[in-house]
Write a protein that binds this ligand. Structure first.
Ligand code: APR
Length: 308
């Protein structure tokens, strides 16, 4: 890929840019932020790590979108981060305005770009981005499921003392307290998790994954998670850049799948060069299906509060 732009040069954005460069996912990586000097300084610092890390992706930072022109992919992390005691929904008003303004800039400078949204509240910010761009659903995806799933996988790997690589799982639904970890699709090297762990212990890890974001906020006090979130966004970017057709849980605009439409929700998505290439509908048990519907209702409630 020629150019990827990361909007927001804060914790998530800057870490994302560094990870993109270290994987050489684009010839050029642009960091955009409104704070004077921050994207320029971080971009230069990162570029100066190139001779040591051995990557040739050029990173530059800017306050405007001139350098971002013609980007094929954007990763949007602009916004304010959650503070302790603040729910994702509290962020709503401020971040709607921010994401809308970013969307208008993307529309002007790179009208065909694919956009991965990271800003919270995630599913609603995806809606704001899609509406602002006037884009088809192929081009707007939200990063949440990969992160929520990674948290769940990391807890299971630790508890079972096995490689994280051998834990397959999928967390669907909205990125919030109503997320839906699918226990029936959780396996360890293909072995159903229920054969290796009792139901109470599985539930403990499910609950921890559900509050995984808040757990980090409680530690950090002045910010929210960024190492795992940036890794998750870059995994989605890599699937698109390399046209890998990976199946990852992402927030996508539903048009009838799972019996729902007009809402962004975490579902299994095939990601490739065109962005969202397919939403895969899987069977769920009645409890999981009910939890997914409940999660969609919660997202819809926030989405409906947004006036564009
Ligand atoms: N355009 C570009 N950048 C902006 C804009 C804007 N309109 N408004 C704010 N920003 C920038 C801020 O200047 C800041 O540098 O977004 C950056 C956000 O960085 P942090 O405060 O460090 O937040 P971070 O932890 O990176 O989280 C960013 O991702 O995970 C979500 O909930 C999180 O919504 C938050 C986002």
């Amino acid at each position: 890929m020629n150019k990827i732009t990361v909007v927001g040069a804060g914790n998530v954005g800057a870490t994302t840019a560094q990870r993109l460069a270290e994987k050489e996912l684009a010839r050029e990586i642009v960091l955009v932020d409104i704070v004077d000097g921050v994207p320029q300084g971080k971009g230069l610092d990162q570029w100066e790590s190139a001779p040591i890390e051995g990557f040739d992706s050029r990173i530059t930072g800017s306050n405007g979108y001139g350098a971002a022109e013609g980007s094929e992919l954007f990763i949007v992390t602009a916004g304010i981060a959650r503070k302790p005691g603040m729910s994702r929904e509290d962020l709503l008003r401020t971040n709607v305005d921010i994401v809308k303004s970013v969307g208008l800039e993307i529309k002007k400078c790179s009208p065909k770009a694919i956009v991965i949204v990271v800003s919270n509240p995630l599913d609603t910010m995806c809606y704001v981005m899609k509406e602002t761009l006037g884009a088809s659903r192929e081009r707007v995806l939200g990063m949440a499921g990969v992160l929520d799933t990674a948290r769940y996988r990391s807890f299971l790997a630790q508890a079972l003392d096995v490689s994280v690589e051998d834990i397959q799982a999928m967390v669907l639904g909205g990125h919030g307290d109503t997320m839906v970890p699918l226990v029936s699709y959780t396996t360890v090297a293909g072995i159903p998790i229920t054969q290796l762990m009792d139901a109470d212990e599985i539930e403990k890890h499910v609950q921890r994954a559900r509050s995984g974001g808040a757990e980090i906020v409680a530690f950090l006090k002045t910010g929210s998670a960024y190492y795992a979130p940036s890794a998750a966004a870059v995994q989605m970017a890599e699937a698109i850049v390399k046209d890998k057709k990976r199946i990852l849980p992402c927030s996508a605009w539903l048009e009838g799948e799972y019996g729902m439409k007009g809402v962004f929700l975490g579902v299994p998505c095939k990601l490739g060069a065109r962005g969202l290439e397919q939403i895969i509908e899987i069977d769920m048990n009645p409890a999981e299906r009910a939890a997914l519907t409940k999660s969609a209702d919660a997202v819809r409630e926030t989405q409906d509060m947004v006036r564009l």
